[in-house]
Every structure is written in C-alpha cells, then in structure tokens.
Design a binder for this molecule. Structure first.
Ligand SMILES: [Zn+2]
Length: 202
C-alpha cells in the first residue's frame, strides 16, 4: 500500500517514520530541486546515516541502485532500490545553514536546510543531539581529476524519483533546499516543493 503523497514545502523541511522493510520514494516534482535527506535510527537518534561511513563502505562518492548506506555505527540503514534520475547526487557537501547565507551576503534570516531538519524532526516531537551530514539528492557537484569541485545545476527532470528501503526502523527527514543565491536548484534560482511517499514492504 502506498501512503498519500506528502509535500516537502518549498524552502522547508519535513520528517517521517519509515518502518523496517518499508520504502520511501522521494520525487523531484519540478525537476531541478535539490532535496537534502537524513535518516536516523528510530530507537536512538544518536545513530544516523553517515556519508563518511557510507563512502568508505561503498568506496564511492555516489551511491547507486543496489547500494546500502550505513550509519555512524556501521550498520545498514537505507538501501537505494530505484533511481529514475541520471543518478547524480552529492554526499560531499554540508547542508546549508544560517551562517552559510550570512557568508553569501544575505543580511536577513534565510531559510536553510539545517533549520529545516530541526523543524521537521521537531514536528514529530523529536530532538536531535547531533546534526549528521546530509545526503544531497539530485545535487550536482561534479569533480575533476585533481579533486576540484563545482556547484552545478541539477541534471534531473520533473518527476524523477529515488526509492530507498529501510533496513531498520528509521526516521527520515527531508529539506527542499532553499538555496536561491547560487544555481544549485537550477538557473532560475527558484526553490520549489518536492514530494515523498512511504510504501509498505513489497
Ligand atoms: Zn540547502
């Protein structure tokens, strides 16, 4: 059974429970929206999906279909089971936060993925003790042979989606990245909403 399609509002965050074996589908509704994603063990929020541990486990900068991401305690947490996008995601860069926008010259409060994570978790009555690094879905950060990185526009199209299977009971959080200073969410610099669904184990 598929749950309702739930909106991750433009520039905001949302979190959800996903049970062991259930699937969570993340939809790039308008095609150029980066969605930062985090996953926590439902039993203990101090255990969470870790990009640095997963990169070592997979020996990859980008997980591909069939790959299992692991936690900071090196246990399986989510498996990427489907990806209709070109597979360009980022595991390297930190989520945006208030200070990031300050450094980009924004003077007023700017929505940011870090606060969106805390707010999404807060809506479920959950409070984290640490903020893990994010898995930046659909974010295009090409690298060069000598290790240089570029902040590029997404290469996804409307309706592209990824599906993860939960390998334990998890809380998954999303942020529709509000970056509108740089073209991370497309040349128009216009952050949009995205969507997700939680599906029963097949
Ligand atoms: Zn962001």
């Amino acid at each position: 059974m598929t749950s309702a399609t739930i909106e991750i509002p433009a520039r905001k965050g949302k979190a959800t429970h996903v049970g062991l074996g259930q699937l969570v589908k993340v939809i790039n509704t308008h095609g150029e929206q980066v969605v930062d994603m985090w996953a926590f063990s439902a039993d203990d929020l101090r255990e969470y999906m870790s990009m640095e541990h997963s990169r070592l486990h997979l020996l990859k900068l980008r997980p591909e279909v069939g790959d299992t991401l692991i936690t900071n305690r090196r246990r399986s947490i989510l498996t990427l089971v489907e990806d209709t996008s070109p597979g360009v995601h980022d595991t390297v860069l930190a989520a945006c936060d208030a200070r990031r926008y300050e450094l980009l010259g924004v003077e007023e409060y700017h929505d940011n993925c870090s606060d969106n994570l805390a707010n999404g978790m807060g809506d479920l009555g959950l409070e984290m003790t640490e903020e893990p690094s994010s898995f930046n879905l659909f974010m295009n950060i090409p690298w060069t042979e000598d290790g240089g990185l570029t902040l590029a526009e997404p290469v996804t199209k409307p309706g592209d989606y990824v599906v993860f299977r939960a390998e334990t009971d998890v809380v998954v959080a999303f942020s529709a990245c509000p970056q509108d200073i740089l073209p991370i969410n497309g040349r128009a610099r216009h952050p949009t909403e995205a969507h997700f669904q939680v599906q029963a184990a097949p």
